[in-house]
Design a protein around this ligand. Sequence first.
Ligand SMILES: Cc1cc2nc3c(=O)[nH]c(=O)nc-3n(C[C@H](O)[C@H](O)[C@H](O)COP(=O)(O)OP(=O)(O)OC[C@H]3O[C@@H](n4cnc5c(N)ncnc54)[C@H](O)[C@@H]3O)c2cc1C
Length: 479
Amino acid sequence: MKDLGYTTLDGRSARLSAKDIEALAAGVRGGIVTPEAAEYDAARKVWNGMVERRPALIARCLNAQDVRHALAFARAHDMRLSVRGGGHHIAGNSVADGGLVIDQSSRRDVHIDPAARRARVAPGALLGDFDREAQAFGLATPLGINATTGVAGLCLGGGFGWLTRKHGMTIDNLVSADIVTADGRQRVVSATQEPELFWAIRGGGGNFGVVTSFEFTLHPLGPEVYSGLVVYPLEQASKVLHAWRDFTRDAPAEVNVWAVLRKAPPLPFLPESVHGSNVVIMAAVYTGKADDGERAIAPVLGFGTPAGSHLGSNPYAGFQAAFDPLLQPGARNYWKSHNFAQLSDALLDIVIAAAAAAPGPECEVFLAQLGGAMAAVAPTDTAYAGRDANTIMNIHGRWQNAADDARGRDWTRTLYRDAAPHSTGGGYVNFFSEDEGERVAQAYGVNYARLQSIKRRYDPDNVFRMNMNVMPEAGKQAA
Ligand SMILES: Cc1cc2nc3c(=O)[nH]c(=O)nc-3n(C[C@H](O)[C@H](O)[C@H](O)COP(=O)(O)OP(=O)(O)OC[C@H]3O[C@@H](n4cnc5c(N)ncnc54)[C@H](O)[C@@H]3O)c2cc1C
């Protein structure tokens, strides 16, 4: 083993001796990956192809003791440190440039206790892993909508998806977590054990330690749910989105309809002439009794004159992966998002005009219908404060070639800027890009000062700073 250079917490250059590196390797059962290793390039890649970071070392942690050892090593050498789950965060903070990555991505075990309706989930599990195991027992908990997303990052930032209106956010279903804090202590947190830290990790992201295990509550669901897509030409978007807004405003919590504005993918139920044209896709899932789904979702077919539709009883785990083909890893992504309490006519006009001007076939605007059980929790009950967001808009700037970076970023930023006056001003840290650190304090709103105080207690040196960072110093905002 050779010695190698690394970056310290505050950005200085330093060196590790071969002996140091051997000492790290000796205490990490999953082994370490150095820049000379054949698997290094694969191990440092994340979902967003725009992220190009070169860690000094990757520690493949197989258990809490591996995590403690790697953390102690990083602290002893004052190394920049990151924590990786599914590697999906758009900002790429799970890869510390020049630093040490605590990588738990190989730990994908999910254990279901059907009698207790509880799931024990390892920190590298992806949403697809969780859904697959839970659905074998006809159970589920709210997660996101792309099966390759990591449960860890999604949960720690909040987590919402098709079940959120009925059963709350992912964090509302977290029962306990095992966490290694910056002092190297392994702790169990829950409503009764270190409740303040438990409060903080429900939305506070990776700011407070390394979670090595999650425990969730589960709900009966499916395995078939009434679900599918209804596609309208963008020319009808104004009528369709107004009808959607009216329909969803008072809809029961079982009704979930999200709007996606983009160019039509070559879906088999669409005429070929529609492929590649601008459309509004209504993605619908009924999470109540399957027999009631058809009647409950039928109005979606009458928002305009559909170019095509595909609705019916589908396996829930399959529908959870329905958008996966459009969200494959490796593309270049620049995203921005807003929270809305309501959707004004002016905002809908802005979104429709932006969709018509999208610079590429993969750029899209997602409007997620929320509310229901998510809004029933008080903003101060968990660190996630944006409970007033009845809709979250995520602008997916997405393309394949670096030559399109400027065009894609401009489109995303323009829509973000134009839509801003209509938003709550809050935000969702799981959707922030790397240049949005200044939005963190605003996203946590009323909860930010309390998060800072918990950060001072559990991570006063801000060891865990490769995230949407809560600054320990009172009054300070993330840079
Ligand atoms: C295609 C796509 C679809 C998405 N859809 C949704 C959606 O429907 N709903 C939704 O809510 N979100 C969604 N997201 C956002 C998603 O919640 C975040 O990207 C989330 O961070 C992913 O978690 P991860 O573990 O894969 O990420 P990673 O990049 O591995 O981790 C993100 C951050 O989480 C922290 N972290 C990860 N693991 C741990 C751990 N074990 N302990 C402590 N900290 C840790 C670290 O700070 C890390 O930097 C989507 C993202 C993408 C790219």
